[in-house]
Design a protein around this ligand. Sequence first.
Ligand SMILES: NC(=O)c1ccc[n+]([C@@H]2O[C@H](COP(=O)([O-])OP(=O)(O)OC[C@H]3O[C@@H](n4cnc5c(N)ncnc54)[C@H](OP(=O)(O)O)[C@@H]3O)[C@@H](O)[C@H]2O)c1
Length: 281
Amino acid sequence: MRQAKVTEPVWSALLAVHEGEARAPSPDWSAEERAGWDLYAPLAAGAGVGPYFFAQVGQSLDGRVATVSGDASAVSGHEGLCHLHRCRALADAVVIGVRTALADNPRLTVRHARGRDPVRVVLDPRGRLPDTTGLLNDASAHRIIMQSVPRRRPEGVEVITLPARDHVMNPHAIREALLARGLRRVLVEGGGATIAHFLEAGLLDRLHIGVAPLIIGAGPSGLRTAPIERLSQALRPRTSVYGLDTDVIFDCALDASGRASRSTWPTTAEETPAAIAASRA
Ligand SMILES: NC(=O)c1ccc[n+]([C@@H]2O[C@H](COP(=O)([O-])OP(=O)(O)OC[C@H]3O[C@@H](n4cnc5c(N)ncnc54)[C@H](OP(=O)(O)O)[C@@H]3O)[C@@H](O)[C@H]2O)c1
């Protein structure tokens, strides 16, 4: 495991890369600073590079992200929280499921790192999120709701309507809708069900699992993928491990060999917004 440190010069260089500048790690940096660069450089690559979807989970030693009663306020340590905010700052958009929006009321802004707030996207197929929810009413960033029901949303919130199968919208269609709006670097922030849909559809390029030294015992788990019967079916991503103060980040590269192949979603254009619009024309 490499200890990672994100100092101001390292973060400035990463933000510059995110803005499209060519930068390389400095030979003057310490080993910890170089590890900080290596952890975030794949997320930072900017304009001119292909789409990049990544997810991050902050969980306990026993794989929980909250208590049974829903307390998720301090699972990660301080550096783990900074890590989440760095991931937000390196994303054009951040995607969450409606259960996270309802349980945590997250702001989805960048406060524990320097950087711009990403576009906020909530997946709410049944239209359950109240109009009064904070992240919908803070206009400091563009807000998008993806839903399957005809429900009006507060002024300024963009609504994208997608069909759902058993209340689940095709992750490929979600991805295409984001790309069509120029949102190419996307953080899937949670919760476990939302990340699992993208992972099982083979749409994640990278997954960061942050483990903090606490044991919760019961509660929602960080990843809620479908059960498998044999370990030979398990995903085995190429993984690098970084220490961030009290937390440990497992940096999983989900290239072609590490991607899930269990998806039953069509990857053709048949359920994409463009195809739906064409079929209605
Ligand atoms: N520590 C962390 O890193 C972290 C981060 C985020 C959240 N959390 C915790 O995670 C828990 C919530 O996670 P969760 O797994 O229960 O739920 P979730 O992923 O937040 O939300 C799942 C819901 O979002 C909607 N959704 C997600 N993907 C969809 C898709 N492709 N198509 C249609 N709808 C989609 C569905 O809404 P419907 O239910 O309406 O069908 C689904 O049931 C909370 O306790 C929260 O505190 C922890």
